[in-house]
Design a protein. Sequence first.
Length: 103
Amino acid sequence: MNETAETALTEAQIEEAAGMFAALAEPGRLRLLILLSAGEASVSDLAEAMGEKLTTLSARLKVLHAARLVRRQRRGKSIIYQLADDHVLTLVTSAVDHACEHH
């Protein structure tokens, strides 16, 4: 990011970006995003894949949705989640790649 872009950011934008990182900071939420990087999934499929209760998973998804990291839509009786956009995929991939680097 260049100096012009940094000064063009508003305080609200910086706060929102910090909120996204806060949402990513909990390992269970990050695992959810990694699962969703493979494609959309229902809440029940995500709960089964992670071996968690629906209430726990729903709470994590609520935080991710509030941070605009995931989108949801109703299909019949199911709620389907997916990554909000390619930026989220880049954030998750970059974080995991960086964590896997040997320092």
